[in-house]
Design a protein around this ligand. Structure first.
Ligand SMILES: *[C@@H]1O[C@H](CO)[C@@H](O)[C@H](O)[C@H]1NC(C)=O
Ligand SMILES: *[C@@H]1O[C@H](CO)[C@@H](O)[C@H](O)[C@H]1NC(C)=O
Ligand SMILES: *[C@@H]1O[C@H](CO)[C@@H](O)[C@H](O)[C@H]1NC(C)=O
Length: 531
């Protein structure tokens, strides 16, 4: 009996992440074991006018948290507004009073039905109840200060953008953090604190950034020395370039992380007309603006804390961007938080019960809005590089458009399959064969529209491959006539075939400047892995 209990306790601890976390080079690691802990989070706002976690009016808290876990997330970036901790008139409101303030009667009825015990609790205590419930389910929490004055974020002139803006008093912000950091000291699942979302606007400047961010980091660390402290960049968290010449000097060893947002907002239609070049260009920009932190001489951890797309699938520009982003996300095995979990808002920008088409929950918070997109996050959710990772020659062959990983089936067919059971490939670069480890043979093109085969002869024209197109994500070989063919995933039969290379000039392999086809069905990423 005692043995049984010991075994039970042991298996419980194996399942949960041991906390707290710290950093080692570019990795976030478990402080006790130094093993890497990869953050694969969803965002969950609680910073809009009512200061209440979205969805609690639609479903019981325990249901929402269980669904988050079953969707595969191990962590939530959970937001708050400074005033909730600093101002009377905000901090003292109960959920009922906060909803009354905006005449949100339907939401009040929803609370009465789904989470009745919260109605007469303060918004501050309900925030904590959400964190507690996430903790009970082994979900890590990254506390994120999203705005000062509760409300939708972000534009340059909303008074919440930068230190000194109308609602953004730096000392009040730091005071709010002191309260929040102290309040969550007892919650071991609160692993990190993200100091401020999307700094922006006419006041933004680097000197104030260093001054206030470092002061705030020190305050958080003094109040709660366990948590990681996350620094977000300028220009809506798209710019961390200034760290190249002036690193953060605050002396908090092994606790500092940086964060970055990557969307396609405001970008033009070249995502659709010239997808390869656009992807190459946006990836280079991401490296230049932030991802360099992961690969520079003294790397530091970087958390991609917002990215996302309209999950209805109708925005082709966003679809292409998202597929492009996934390739980089897995290549560098980045820690991330998807925008977003919530399927709807109680109140956003004056609109009551607004649908969130980027939300993994559907409008009623019943189910996943789009299972296919969640499946594409299967590989990004996996830990593919541990903290010993240097440079692996062993790859997972990922098809970001479908989220499948390439494998050779028992029938010797080359397939797109679940990334859970995917094999390891080797490929030494342009002009070399592609081989599945443990299988004699290599991929061979057998003709236009035909399934790629596994051949014993790995030196012929059809069995050597090189990356083509600006994105370098299409893999081409030549048939007997010297005609170039690219690998392509055929979702109908889940097989890998070879087809004419899309959006490429056949004779000199240069990119077509505009192209009607979507070359992403031919994109494959070799994801280096040591796990
Ligand atoms: C909260 O504080 C405001 C401002 O001080 C006050 O007017 C209001 O009555 C308080 N509400 C509660 C429920 O204490
Ligand atoms: C899910 O997204 C894909 C595009 O990624 C789209 O084709 C599909 O229709 C979407 N499914 C639903 C149920 O919205
Ligand atoms: C490739 O060939 C096309 C015409 O077939 C030509 O317009 C283009 O300039 C060539 N590109 C290069 C890089 O030679």
């Amino acid at each position: 009996m005692i043995l049984k209990i010991v075994v039970l306790i042991f298996s419980f601890f194996k399942l949960s992440h041991s906390l707290p976390l710290s950093t080692n080079s570019r990795w976030i690691v478990d402080e006790a074991t130094s093993n890497r802990v990869k953050l694969t989070c969803g965002n969950w706002p609680s910073h809009l006018e009512p200061m209440i976690a979205e969805g609690l009016e639609k479903k019981p808290l325990s249901y929402i948290v269980k669904e988050i876990v079953s969707m595969g997330f191990n962590c939530v970036r959970f937001t708050y507004a400074t005033y909730m901790f600093t101002r009377h008139g905000y901090s003292n409101l109960s959920v009922r009073e906060s909803l009354n303030k905006f005449s949100l009667n339907d939401a009040k009825n929803g609370f009465a039905k789904n989470n009745p015990e919260f109605l007469d609790m303060s918004v501050v205590d309900v925030h904590k109840s959400v964190v507690d419930e996430l903790g009970k389910n082994n979900v890590m929490v990254i506390l994120d200060n999203h705005v000062s004055k509760p409300g939708w974020c972000c534009n340059k002139y909303d008074g919440n953008g930068f230190f000194g803006d109308q609602f953004f008093d730096p000392q009040e912000w730091i005071q709010g953090w002191k309260t929040a950091a102290t309040r969550y000291k007892g919650n071991s699942n609160v692993v990190a604190m993200s100091m401020r979302n999307e700094l922006r606007g006419p006041r933004e400047n680097e000197n104030d950034w260093y001054k206030y961010m470092e002061e705030c980091a020190t305050t958080i660390h003094e109040a709660n020395s366990n948590v990681l402290i996350i620094f977000s960049g300028l220009s809506f968290d798209t710019n961390l370039r200034f760290l190249k010449t002036r690193p953060v000097t605050v002396n908090i060893p092994n606790k500092l992380v940086y964060e970055y947002h990557w969307y396609s907002f405001g970008e033009d239609n070249t995502w659709v007309t010239n997808t390869n070049a656009r992807c190459a260009q946006r990836t280079q920009a991401a490296i230049y603006n932030s991802l360099f932190l992961l690969t520079q001489e003294n790397p530091v951890p970087l958390f991609l804390s917002e990215f996302g797309l309209d999950l209805r699938g109708g925005n082709e520009k966003e679809n292409r961007y998202f597929t492009c982003l996934l390739a980089t996300l897995v290549e560098l095995d980045i820690d991330w938080a998807l925008w977003t979990l919530q399927g709807s808002y109680i109140l956003r920008e004056g609109m009551v019960e607004l649908d969130e088409v980027y939300g993994t929950f559907d409008f009623n918070w019943d189910y996943a809005r789009n299972k296919t997109t969640l499946e594409r996050l299967q590989l990004p959710m996996r830990l593919n590089q541990d903290s010993n990772f240097k440079n692996s020659k062993s790859f997972i062959m990922f098809h970001p458009h479908s989220g499948k990983c390439v494998n050779i089936g028992e029938d010797n067919n080359v397939r797109g399959a679940s990334c859970d059971s995917s094999g390891r490939w080797s490929h030494q670069g342009d002009g070399s064969p592609i081989m599945l480890e443990g299988v004699a043979g290599c991929l061979q093109a057998t003709g236009e529209g035909r399934p790629v085969s596994v051949s014993k002869d790995c030196s012929t024209q059809g069995s050597t491959w090189k990356s083509v197109s600006a994105s370098r994500l299409q893999l081409a070989s030549q048939d007997k006539e010297g005609y170039h063919l690219c690998l392509e995933y055929d979702p109908m039969y889940s097989t890998i075939v070879t087809k004419r290379c899309l959006c490429i000039q056949q004779d000199n392999l240069s990119d077509l400047s505009t192209c009607d086809a979507n070359p992403q069905i031919q994109w494959f990423k070799f994801v280096p892995t040591n796990t």
